[in-house]
Design a protein around this ligand. Structure first.
Ligand code: GLC
Length: 401
């Protein structure tokens, strides 16, 4: 369709515009001017979209991600290639120590990498590409298991809202123990956590923020399964077995998040439930772990509670914390839609998936590539020229094929 061609051109132009080079390293900034560092899940999305036009550029993006890999295998949520920057300045948080000596953060982000690698392989059948990244990627998933599952139940814990990728989500209010937090309250909490972790030498098992979330774990699980498929293609039997075993454990553990009508995150040693209805409740459908009854229940929740003119609001409008303009507290995000669309497709809810796709497309046409949008009016908010909105191309490709 001519309209698709046009958006394709705009997406490539955006990826190019936001690309930067530091010596041999090339990566795509989430949005130039505001988000200049490398962010893990953003760059995974960018890698996928680059792979549609320029496999070499996709390769560079992944190599940039791996520049930050810690000796134990962990991938950092942010990398600063400008090594002189010891302190991080954030408009909300002020100045604080984010970077370790390797110029990376000690946090991570939703582990979508394994899934992305498989999708690239499905599209390109490029064995060399997956071969090049397989071992290093498996190391990352091993590190998550080893370092981030202190209770060994198969669910990975996140220790900071930044690790969720949903920084200010009302899901974290009960974890902090605050109601109706202001932007400044939330900024303060995020900073306090960073100070705590530096002071305790990153003793993750004792982290005061410990959440086993439905979305992070579903992304982890689908990546484990994707990597098992890659292991099979590469004839790496041992790894395939290991990955499938880990995947099975996590798939069973995710069921413990089910409660009444959705999958809800749990936190702390007592594993208290966070009863906040956000699109995260659907993510186990992305990983394919919901059974038919659960999927039917979830789709009813979507129909009755999430439907807005421009879905999906990042918390249901009936929740007292819902704010259609506020960062992760009601606003619509294209990457969340990308996950939920695939979740619904996995269970045959094609009309619902198509509708979210169309509305996402419409948002970009109407308001441009924005960081997030008002779910009621479609108004663009946050950073401009925001790169992961190019995920729309992956959706277009899948719709048309
Ligand atoms: C914000 C988002 C996070 C994203 C980052 C860079 O911190 O909450 O998910 O990775 O910006 O775009």
């Amino acid at each position: 369709m001519p309209q698709d061609l046009e958006i394709r051109k705009r997406c490539v132009a955006l990826l190019e515009k936001n690309s930067v080079k530091y010596g041999d390293v090339v990566y795509t900034r989430p949005s130039s001017g505001y988000y200049n560092f490398l962010w893990l899940w953003d760059s995974c999305f960018h890698t996928l979209i680059w792979s549609y036009f320029d496999i070499n550029r996709a390769l560079q993006e992944l190599e940039a991600i791996f520049c930050g890999q810690a000796p134990g295998g962990m991938l950092p949520h942010m990398i600063c290639f400008d090594k002189k920057k010891k302190l991080h300045r954030s408009p909300t948080v002020g100045e604080f120590k984010l970077w370790n000596d390797r110029g990376t953060s000690n946090l991570t982000q939703p582990p979508v990498l394994g899934f992305v690698l498989w999708r690239i392989y499905e599209n390109t059948k490029n064995v060399k590409f997956i071969e090049r990244f397989f071992d290093r990627t498996v190391e990352y998933y091993r590190a998550l298991k080893k370092e981030r599952d202190p209770d060994r139940d198969g669910l990975i814990s996140i220790i900071h809202p930044w690790e969720s990728g949903w920084d200010d989500s009302p899901r974290w209010d009960p974890v902090y123990g605050i109601k109706n937090p202001s932007k400044e309250d939330l900024a303060g909490r995020k900073l306090d956590l960073m100070n705590e972790y530096w002071a305790t030498n990153w003793n993750v098992a004792k982290a005061s923020f410990n959440v086993e979330s439905a979305d992070f774990n579903s992304i982890y699980l689908s990546s484990l399964r994707s990597l098992a498929k890659i292991a099979n293609v590469l004839n790496r039997k041992e790894e395939e077995e290991e990955l499938l075993k880990d995947a099975e454990k996590t798939a069973n553990a995710i069921q413990k998040l089910w409660h009444k009508d959705g999958y809800y995150d749990i936190f702390g040693r007592e594993e208290k439930r966070i009863e906040k209805k956000t699109p995260a409740i659907f993510f186990p459908m992305f990983a394919g772990v919901a059974n038919k009854d659960q999927a039917d229940t979830l789709i009813n929740v979507y129909r009755n509670e999430f439907f807005t003119k421009y879905p999906l609001p990042t918390i249901v409008p009936s929740d007292p914390t819902f704010d259609p303009d506020r960062y992760w507290r009601g606003t619509t995000w294209i990457n969340v839609n990308w996950f939920v669309i695939q979740s619904f497709e996995n269970y045959g809810f094609h009309n619902k998936a198509k509708n979210i796709f169309r509305k996402s497309y419409e948002l970009i046409e109407k308001s441009g590539f924005r960081e997030y949008y008002n779910p009621l009016t479609g108004k663009g908010l946050g950073a401009k020229d925001f790169c992961w909105d190019t995920l729309i191309l992956d959706l277009i490709k899948r719709k048309r094929s």
